[in-house]
Design a protein around this ligand. Structure first.
Ligand code: ADE
Length: 243
């Protein structure tokens, strides 16, 4: 999968996506990440990319021309329309389902805004999806783009090794992930739940499922409402309502 990120701060994006699993995925070419400096495409002789908003108001707007020309440089010669995400607090809130959906694309363009926003005409021309990473305001779209690239990449085949498996993670089955423990079996006088040492995989799976239910009820009751609880799940939650 190829990510093309349109930004005024390309180093921020490239440097931030160069380590750990995403860095390894770039090296083994499961993904590529190209950070394109919008400023390189301005026709304004001093390199300016922003101007005052018509009608007045605070701050500056990113102008249409450099963004459109940078976009054209990516899409020229490609016969298919490339899905183009504008990261903005005004978009649909990003979630795991959207990450799966974007992970099916071969190419994805992500446009990062700055200042007070972007001239609406270029957004109308090129943007297919508007996505927010949450109900708070960042100084620019770069961190949002990086969040999206990270979570989409780990769903691209070849990025996670078997031992980094994504199947049990929170959100994948509609519940938060169960608690986990590693050695030593006793730490700070705290014991690992004995069932995990029993070697009984069926019991371990059942315990983990029940812990996921409890955790989701406590921290994300909204997710539990959407989850298809079985009679057994309901009974467990009722009997353990004090936990
Ligand atoms: N740009 C500024 N704030 C943002 C947010 N919450 N999500 C996506 N892009 C943004």
């Amino acid at each position: 999968m190829n990510f093309h990120i349109l930004t005024l701060f390309p180093e921020m994006v490239s440097d931030g996506l160069n380590t750990s699993i995403i860095g390894r995925a770039k090296e083994n070419e499961s993904i590529s990440i190209e950070a394109i400096n919008i400023r390189d495409y301005t026709t304004e002789k001093h390199g300016k990319v922003d101007d005052y908003p018509y009608g007045g108001g605070a701050g500056m707007l990113m102008q249409a021309q450099p963004i459109y020309d940078a976009y054209k440089a990516i899409t020229e010669g490609k016969n298919k329309k490339i899905r183009t995400v504008y990261v903005t607090p005004q978009g649909h809130t990003f979630n795991q389902k959207m990450a799966h959906d974007f992970a099916k694309e071969e190419d994805l363009i992500i446009l990062c805004g700055h200042y007070e926003g972007i001239d609406e005409r270029v957004l109308d021309e090129i943007v297919t999806d508007r996505v927010s990473i949450g109900d708070y305001v960042l100084t620019g779209g770069e961190l949002a783009a990086m969040v999206m690239v990270d979570s989409i990449s780990r769903l691209v085949p070849g990025v996670l090794h078997n031992d980094d498996s994504s199947m049990d993670e929170s959100f994948e089955n509609g519940l938060l992930e169960y608690p986990q423990y590693s050695r030593p079996a006793v730490w700070n006088d705290k014991e690992v739940p004995p069932i995990l040492l029993s070697g009984d995989h069926k019991k371990v799976d059942e315990w983990r499922h029940n812990m996921s239910l409890l955790r989701t009820k406590k921290y994300r009751p909204d997710l539990l409402e959407a989850y298809p609880l079985t009679d057994k799940d309901r009974k467990f939650l009722e009997e353990n309502s004090e936990l």
